[in-house]
Design a protein around this ligand. Structure first.
Ligand SMILES: NC(=O)c1ccc[n+]([C@@H]2O[C@H](COP(=O)([O-])OP(=O)(O)OC[C@H]3O[C@@H](n4cnc5c(N)ncnc54)[C@H](OP(=O)(O)O)[C@@H]3O)[C@@H](O)[C@H]2O)c1
Length: 265
């Protein structure tokens, strides 16, 4: 007999701020029952309260450092204890670091790979049987950075190239299952990302910027439509379309210049 209290959830990582918070608000408004994951307990509980106050089911809050080796296991246990499974997985948690790779802290760069690549892959593969059973959806938050060379943010750009490659291949592999995998590729978006990355003084910050709400809405619509990839915003679409025609020898120094930190801010 099926358990009437069993929850089939849309799980959003990095829901405590920025694009993840907006994705949670949109999903809740569209009727998804949610699990919210990040490290900031207060922000997650405040968002859960806000969503419940608006009349949607109260999201399950799971406070977790996803860069930890056992995070996938812990998440799976927390969901099982809550009698919940994952129908839709949104891998949004991620961060970047600006600066030459040789000058940045090596441990922090590996932690970025742990979060942006290892955790995203772990959760995708771990919950795939549940998602296939539900004929659900996966959305992985990548970046326009996936299509560009990234001197000045080398490790971050490489992590996002992985996300697009992994997501597009899975989209193809899973076609027969009814599950779709969408790579969401925003460009500059107004969130806490730039401050954490240390991008505040780079020329890049002057490029066209989107709101987290607009990016999240584009991503949500693309995910529900089963699209393989969505590059958000006209400027970013143009950038990605022009990439194949731009010589790497020109792009590498240009991106290095735009992403370098300036002393005068
Ligand atoms: N903003 C941009 O310009 C931009 C552009 C392209 C792509 N993106 C991508 O968009 C995604 C969301 O970033 P955002 O712009 O919304 O930045 P943000 O406001 O800094 O949000 C990042 C989220 O990731 C969570 N997170 C970070 N480290 C974590 C960890 N170890 N364990 C669990 N959760 C963790 C943060 O929560 P806690 O700190 O509470 O853990 C937060 O909820 C990222 O994948 C980013 O690479 C952003």
């Amino acid at each position: 007999m099926t358990d009437p209290h069993f929850r089939r959830l849309t799980l959003i990582t990095g829901a405590s701020s920025g694009i993840g918070t907006e994705l949670a608000r949109i999903c809740a408004a569209k009727g998804h029952d949610l699990a919210l994951v990040a490290r900031s307990s207060d922000a997650l509980h405040a968002l859960s309260d806000e969503i419940a106050a608006a009349g949607a089911p109260r999201p399950l809050v799971i406070v977790l450092d996803l860069a930890g080796r056992d995070a996938g296991e812990e998440l799976e246990t927390a969901l099982a204890q809550a009698r919940a499974s994952v129908s839709i997985l949104i891998n949004n948690a991620g961060f970047g670091l600006a600066g030459p790779a040789r000058a940045l802290n090596a441990r922090e760069q590996v932690e970025m790979i742990d979060l942006n690549v290892r955790s995203l892959s772990d959760l995708t593969l771990r919950f795939l049987p549940q998602i296939i059973a539900a004929r659900g959806r996966i959305m992985n938050v990548a970046s326009v950075a996936a299509f560009l060379p990234g001197p000045g943010m080398a490790t971050y750009y490489a992590t996002k190239s992985f996300v697009v490659s992994f997501s597009e291949s899975l989209w193809q592999e899973l076609r027969a299952t009814g599950v779709t995998v969408t790579a969401l590729c925003p460009g500059l978006t107004t969130t806490g990302f730039q401050a954490r990355a240390g991008l505040d003084t780079a020329l890049l910050k002057n490029m066209p910027t989107q709101s987290a709400r607009d990016v999240a809405m584009s991503g949500y619509e693309a995910m529900m439509a089963g699209r393989r990839r969505i590059v958000t915003g006209a400027f970013n679409k143009l950038t990605v379309a022009l990439m194949p025609f731009m010589p790497r020898a020109l792009l590498l120094p240009l991106l290095g210049y735009l992403q370098a930190k300036r002393r005068d801010g």
